[in-house]
Design a protein around this ligand. Sequence first.
Ligand SMILES: Nc1ncnc2c1ncn2[C@@H]1O[C@H](COP(=O)(O)OP(=O)(O)OP(=O)(O)O)[C@@H](O)[C@H]1O
Ligand SMILES: [Mg+2]
Length: 259
Amino acid sequence: MTKVITFAIQKGGVGKTMTSGVTAFLLAKQGHKVLAVDMDSQGNLTQFLSGSDNLLDFENETVLEAIKEGDAKKYIKVLDDNLHLLPTDDFLATIAHYLFTEHRGHRSLALKECLESVRDYYDYIIIDTPPALSEQTINSLGASTHVVVMFETSKFCYNAVPRFLDTVQAAKEKINPDLEIAGILRTLADAKRSDSKAMVDLIAEEYPDLVFDTVIQRRATTGRLPIYGLWENPESKKAFEYHGKFLKELIERVTKKAK
Ligand SMILES: Nc1ncnc2c1ncn2[C@@H]1O[C@H](COP(=O)(O)OP(=O)(O)OP(=O)(O)O)[C@@H](O)[C@H]1O
Ligand SMILES: [Mg+2]
C-alpha cells in the first residue's frame, strides 16, 4: 500500500521543505518509487528537487491545474526513474478561492481525488506544506496516510505543536479516518545552545510516544543543500547524515503502523 506522508506544522522556517525534499530524494535513491508533491505556493520543494530556480518552467502545469482537472497524471514531472514531482508556482495561493467558489467535490479532499489515478504506481508520496493551517495543509492531511509533525526547537514552534495536533485530530475525525501521526521530528537543533537542548528534552517529555529518536541538528552542510543541490553534492554524506537516520525510523514506523 502506498504511504502518503505529509510534513507539516503551521510555524514557518522549521525545515518542512528540507526534510520532505531530502526524504523524497533518499527514498528514491533507495529504489522506491516516489512522488513529491509541492503544496506550498512558495515553490521551495519544486526548486529544491528540480534544481530550477525559475518557477515559470512549470507555468500552467502545476498541482493547481491537477486539482482543477481532478487528475494529476498530466502534470507530473519525471526528475529521475524513481523520483517524480508534482510542482507548484505562486498561483497555488489562489486555491482557496477556487475550492470555495468552483470546486464540485469535497473541498478538503481535492488533492486526494487528483492523486487517485497515480497513487498505486508509487511506494511513497511525500507532501510539503506551507506554514499555515490553510486549505493546502488540510488537503494534504486529507490525502495522507501519515503526517510528520515538524518541531523546530523554539518557543513559538513549541506553542504550535498542540494546536497542530488538534488540527490533525479534527482532520482524522472529519475527513480522513486513515490518517496516522508518524511522529514528531525535532529539527534545527543547536547543540551549542542550552535553550535548544531544553526544547529537545521538553517535547520528548511531553510526547514520549511520538518523538522520533533522531534529532536533526543544525549543520552548515545541510543548510547549503539548496545551494549546491541534492543530485551531485560533494558534501552530501555529511549533509544527509541525520536525515538518513530519521528516514530509517520513518520507514519502520509507517510500515509497522500499516494495517
Ligand atoms: N538541518 C539543517 N541545518 C542547517 N540549515 C537547515 C537545516 N534544515 C533546514 N535548514 C535551512 O533552514 C531554512 C528553513 O528550512 P526550510 O525552508 O526547509 O523550512 P520550511 O519549514 O519549509 O519553511 P517555510 O515555512 O517557509 O516553508 C532553510 O534556509 C534551510 O536551508
Ligand atoms: Mg517550506
